[in-house]
Design a protein around this ligand. Structure first.
Ligand SMILES: [Zn+2]
Length: 284
């Protein structure tokens, strides 16, 4: 069963870039007798608003898209993410971290650490300050939890059928080169201090739970794919196929942003555009 999904965050209006992504995922599934799902990624409760969710559905309907009834909202699935976090904790792959953003910048850019400061899919790569702490038997509830990437990669490589090619753990003459992978991504946060799940984990749990076969999304998320495939391996999920599409840009070549209301679908609608106009504006 081919199953694709469009997973917007209800934090602003849909713009041309969202429409492009949604139409691609929708048409891909429908052309193959598959199923198109809509998932509301509202884990950021400070910014998610019901009014945006309503407008998203309204815009998608107007575009002529149809989706399966089973809509899931990440805000209603904390218990599932908690279960997975506890599983990774029990596997010894997580450690607590209370570093602030400033702590991380300071230590990553400290003179002795400067040569190691680099940027990964999650921004500045965490310098590993809290990695070598005493062993915590119980999971502390007042800390963020980071994935010990070196351990995770070792575990992944040990797993039968670990998808080393997809995760970017390339084999050099038969030897798997893990250090570049570890250094370029670092120990990412999977659970925040307030127990809010990180995007990377939520998306992997939800794609697996919904049986998504093809993830069609913008090329801005391509660097995160290795993280997702690694997590899928660790959790025993099979990996979907990933298709990354071009990003829709404005006349100046800048990526469209949520605040860019001029390119929102609703503003095109109010100016009398048709769904066919939207398709042609994004080159479909
Ligand atoms: Zn820390």
């Amino acid at each position: 069963m081919i199953r694709t999904r469009f997973a917007p965050s209800p934090t602003g209006p849909l713009h041309l870039g969202h429409a492009y992504s949604a139409i691609l995922a929708h048409d891909f599934a429908k052309a193959r007798n598959g199923q198109f799902l809509v998932r509301i990624e509202d884990i950021d409760r400070n910014r998610a608003r019901p009014k945006w969710e309503n407008r998203i559905f309204d815009d998608l309907k107007w575009l002529g898209l149809t989706w399966a009834n089973s809509i899931i909202r990440q805000s209603e699935r904390s218990f599932l993410y908690e279960k997975v976090i506890n599983k990774l904790w029990a596997m010894g792959l997580l450690y607590p971290c209370k570093c602030s953003r400033k702590d991380i910048i300071d230590s990553a850019l400290a003179p002795q650490g400067f040569s190691h400061a680099n940027y990964g899919p999650d921004g500045l790569v965490y310098p590993g300050t809290c990695r070598q702490q005493k062993i915590f038997v119980e999971r502390p509830l007042d800390s963020a939890l980071r994935l010990n990437m070196a351990k995770a990669v070792t575990k992944c490589v040990d797993i039968k059928n670990c998808n080393v090619e997809i995760t970017g753990l390339k084999k050099d003459n038969g030897i798997i080169n893990t250090s570049q992978f570890i250094d370029s991504i670092g120990d990412i946060v999977l659970s925040r201090r307030n127990k809010e799940v990180a995007y990377h984990l939520a998306v992997v749990v939800d794609d697996a739970a919904q049986g998504v076969s093809h993830v069609i999304r913008g090329s801005d998320l391509k660097p995160a794919t290795n993280i997702h495939v690694l997590l899928q391996n660790l959790l025993g999920y099979s990996s979907p196929a990933y298709i990354h599409h071009k990003l829709i840009r404005d006349a100046d070549g800048k990526r469209l942003a949520k605040r860019d209301d001029a390119k929102s679908i609703s503003s095109f609608r109010s100016q009398g555009a048709t769904p066919a106009d939207i398709r042609s504006l994004v080159g479909l």
